[in-house]
Design a protein around this ligand. Structure first.
Ligand SMILES: *Cc1c(COP(=O)(O)O)cnc(C)c1O
Length: 361
């Protein structure tokens, strides 16, 4: 297999008219509107990756027996393209998304995509659809994904995959903007077990979490908090975001890697906070202890983090039979500082000293 794929560019003959596009961008929201183009690359057993294309966004034609529809052999990534304040367009730590996609691929018995091809795919889509990047607090959310496209009902890793990237102009992730979010503790369902797929970014993890996410919405919450599968005791993470806690002494801690999704936002915050002289710990934390610490004031802030929402303060935890607030329920100063710092680097307002920001245009 050649190391570098050659991408064929076939611009859409029917781009969205500028006025229509501007109206879509002005609406904001998350994940409801899509740009004009997509990337597709095919992989077949024996031949490897081939037919890399940047082309018009359109529906896939897949066989009703395609393995993904039956056995959920699917993984994805999520990253954003930003319009830098100084002009130009940037990505944040896209190389980390390329590496994580391959880690997820290993776990789901899927082929490795060379990092250079991942980056070229993402960057080519951003360049061709650059007019879809909103200004202000918006960004172009990029969704790389890979799925098994072999029509075969036997159970084994598929022999045919499609890697694709689509793009969606987004505003704030939560409908009510960057206000503190309420979180629902699921006592009944878990997200991941040791030996399972918790650390892989795969659609199956989300499918299994949706019933709990539905209960969160029913209880006036934005996200669901999962505990470990073995003891139902240790805090893991939210449905689609990692979680951090702030102590009254100004130190920060988060739950350890293993069955949680290794967030790039999580890793970046650990590095940022540490270099600001803030003590950061990765430790197991029980829900029981969290409730006691929030009520005694030993834990003063908690926040959720991920690419989509960046950093969102957690105002209140709700569960069957009770609820408690974190601090006064309105978020706190460290959450706000870290959010400003991370967003500042992502948007080019704060100098990037770590090589995290990648210039695309
Ligand atoms: C994607 C994801 C995250 C956040 O990862 P980032 O790289 O920070 O965007 C956290 N938890 C889950 C379950 C995820 O799928």
């Amino acid at each position: 297999m050649p190391d570098t794929l050659t991408f064929t560019h076939i611009p859409t003959p029917t781009p969205t008219p500028a006025a229509e596009r501007e109206a879509i961008l002005a609406k904001g929201g998350f994940g409801t509107a899509f740009s004009d183009h997509m990337v597709t690359i095919e992989w077949t057993e024996g031949r490897g990756w081939h037919d890399a294309q940047i082309r018009k966004r359109e529906p896939f034609q897949i066989d009703p027996a395609a393995a993904v529809l039956h056995y959920a052999q699917e993984i994805f990534e999520g990253l954003k393209a930003y319009r830098a304040e100084s002009g130009g367009v940037t990505l944040f730590r896209a190389d980390q998304n390329a590496k994580r996609l391959n880690n997820s691929a290993t776990r789901l018995a899927m082929p490795q995509l060379p990092e250079a091809s991942f980056l070229e795919a993402v960057e080519s889509l951003v360049r061709i659809d650059k007019d879809w990047i909103p200004g202000g607090n918006g960004s172009l959310y990029l969704r790389p994904f890979m799925f098994a496209n072999e029509p075969f009902l036997g159970v084994r890793p598929a022999h045919h995959f499609i890697f694709s990237v689509i793009a969606s102009p987004v505003g704030d992730y939560f409908k009510h903007g960057p206000k503190p979010v309420n979180v629902w503790l699921s006592k009944e369902y878990t997200r991941a077990a040791v030996g399972g797929t918790g650390a892989a970014k795969c659609g199956g993890n989300y499918a299994a979490s949706l019933i709990a996410q539905g209960q969160a919405y029913d209880n006036g919450c934005d996200q669901v908090l999962f505990l470990d599968a073995a003891e139902h005791r240790w805090i893991e993470e939210l449905g689609g975001m990692n979680i951090f806690f702030v102590r009254d002494d100004g130190s920060l801690f988060t739950t350890p890697l293993g069955t949680i999704l290794p967030g790039i936002t999580r890793a970046s915050l650990i590095e940022l906070a540490t270099s600001k002289g803030i003590q950061v710990e990765e430790r197991k934390y029980s829900f029981e202890e969290f409730q006691a610490d929030a009520q005694s004031g030993k834990v003063t802030e908690a926040f959720a983090c991920g690419t989509a929402a960046v950093l969102a303060a957690i105002g209140e935890i709700r569960f069957t039979g009770g609820s408690f607030k974190i601090g006064d329920g309105n978020g706190g100063p460290l959450t706000a500082t870290l959010r400003d710092e991370l967003v500042g680097i992502q948007r080019g307002r704060i100098a990037d000293t770590r090589g995290w920001v990648r210039k695309v245009l």
